[in-house]
Write a protein that binds this ligand. Structure first.
Ligand code: SGN
Ligand code: CA
Length: 505
């Protein structure tokens, strides 16, 4: 059940606060499109992320960390407000965030915290509630990125993930040491078009990654939206812009938007790194499934190299906390704005209520609260981040926030009335052509309603974890469908979801 109240008042004072009288610092490292499948603490098949794994080893790994709406700007607005999209006003990537509304950084700042945000923002309006900020315009660039700052725009030399980390560490070093801080270090990486740091361009050259066993899904046994999407590696992933092919063909000019930002020296490094591998591609004349397989491998090589830099960023921040003696009094949370498809169902991108997109990686270390090496199976969400940080700071959680502090779950003392069902809604219709849908996810089932065409899907994830066969309509599941539809209606009413989508009223 989702309660509208925070947890303050009903739990004993938190150790960090109780023992030292000191309010904890907060570091929130937020990446863009980082799939949990690409963190070795979750899944060792693809890559190694030693620094993110350290958070899991010294803290908690959330195995059912969900998002309410699996797309970028909406997820960011949910984190800031602790409210669903229909209440915070950002239902898709086109909306501008109303910075006048209540956010957790504002509440922390009013309570004496120093607050800062660096990197990806994507909410169109300028950040509010921060003592310091520098943000990427829109999606931002990987190489020598432009930043919007309170005093105007500036280009910063370097690779975006490193620059964002530098800005974060510089601010930490120059802060007022007499007060606690809350830092949001928000990476662009590993967002499309997956451009690695110049020193990691060849990191995975020659490595062959295991393919997901549903790379060649034919979308049978599901409602029509799964067939009508435009996020297939086969059909929708571009050879030049996405996969760095260079050659004579117009669609093979490399990631032109990024190449034009490079210095000549950087560009030479980039060309040398891809030249031999691209030449080999041209001699092979791949077709059909072989071409899809090649695309998947190149996608993974670049995507995972981007993640390696994000992992380095986490390492630098953890090292800084150790070196300055702040580690014991600092909450560190690693999270991504949503999950991502790494070839499952033949896809890249996100947006669906299905597992790879509704689930994001979330790991937290809170000395004195999290138990080292623990795993939380409870359904938690980006909706709970604001409430968690407010409670940690001893700031009352406003009654209109819709999530719940994760502190008791982190402590291993999950309240008996923790949510057992979770409401999801996706609104955007444009790029990648995913139909609007809402639904409910429980620990076993996912019920989805594609309400524009009134189609339903039901997945029994215990029997069908890859979600390949909807059992909606099977007589054997009729009672479950009835129960979940009632739960969906109950959640919609409790969460004040309007009958008609906000942009269509
Ligand atoms: C860009 C990407 C899309 C991606 C959206 C939203 N296209 O438009 O593939 O789904 O961002 O991503 S690209 O050709 O510009 O790379 S989000 O994470 O910001 O929501
Ligand atoms: Ca994203």
């Amino acid at each position: 059940m989702i309660t509208r109240r925070g947890f303050l008042g009903s739990v004993p004072a938190l150790p960090a606060l109780a023992q030292t009288g000191k309010r904890p610092n907060i570091v929130f490292v937020f990446s863009d499109d980082h799939a949990y499948q690409a963190i070795s603490a979750y899944d060792g098949r693809l890559n190694r992320t030693p620094h993110i794994d350290r958070i899991a080893r010294e803290g908690v790994r959330f195995d059912n960390a969900l998002v309410t709406n699996s797309i970028c700007a909406p997820s960011r607005a949910v984190v800031l407000t602790g409210k669903y999209s229909h209440l915070n006003g950002v239902i898709d990537n086109r909306q501008r965030f109303n910075g006048e509304q209540q956010t957790f950084p504002k509440l922390l700042r009013a309570a004496g915290y120093q607050t800062a945000l660096f990197g990806k923002w994507h909410l169109q309006s300028q950040p509010t509630g921060f003592d310091a900020w520098e943000i990427l315009p829109g999606q931002g660039s990987y190489y020598n990125p432009d930043f919007i700052t309170p005093s105007g725009n500036r280009r910063r030399d370097g690779y975006v993930t490193d620059v964002t980390t530098d800005l974060s560490l510089d601010w930490l070093n120059s802060r007022d040491k007499s007060r606690p801080f809350m830092l949001m270090c928000q990476h662009k990486a590993p967002h499309r078009n997956w451009c690695p740091s110049p020193d990691k361009l060849s990191m995975y050259e020659g490595v062959t990654f295991p393919e997901p066993n549903n790379l060649f899904d034919n979308y049978e046994h599901r409602a029509s939206p799964a067939r009508k999407q435009a996020m297939e590696i086969d059909r929708d992933m571009r050879l030049g812009m996405d996969l760095k092919l260079t050659g004579d063909a117009p669609d093979q000019q490399g990631p032109v938007n990024e190449l034009k930002r490079m210095t000549d020296a950087q560009r030479r490094i980039w060309e040398a790194a891809y030249r031999r591998r691209n030449a080999e591609f041209h001699t092979r004349k791949l077709q059909g499934k072989d071409l899809v397989r090649w695309k998947y491998q190149r996608y993974m090589q670049d995507y995972l190299a981007c993640i390696s830099s994000v992992d380095d960023s986490v390492g630098r921040i953890l090292n800084w906390l150790d070196a300055t003696g702040e580690a014991d009094n600092t909450i560190v949370v690693y999270n991504s704005d949503q999950g991502f498809y790494l070839g499952e169902h033949g896809w890249f991108d996100k947006r669906w209520i299905y597992e790879e997109s509704i689930r994001s990686p979330m790991l937290a270390r809170w000395p004195g609260v999290t138990r080292p090496g623990s795993v939380a199976k409870e359904m938690v969400a980006n909706l709970d981040v604001a409430e968690t940080f407010l409670e940690a700071a001893g700031v009352p959680v406003p009654a209109d926030m819709q999530g719940r502090s994760l502190a008791p779950v982190m402590r291993g003392q999950t309240p008996a009335d923790w949510r057992r069902s979770f409401y999801y809604q996706y609104y955007e219709g444009g790029e990648h052509a995913v139909a609007r849908h809402c639904g409910v996810r429980t620990d076993r089932y996912t019920l989805a309603h594609f309400y524009e065409t009134d189609e339903w899907e039901l997945f029994d994830r215990e029997k069908d974890p890859r979600q390949m066969r909807s059992v909606y309509g099977d007589a054997a599941h009729a009672a479950e469908v009835k129960r979940l539809k009632a739960e969906l209606a109950r959640l919609r009413s409790e969460l004040k979801v309007p009958e008609v989508d906000p942009d269509r009223q």
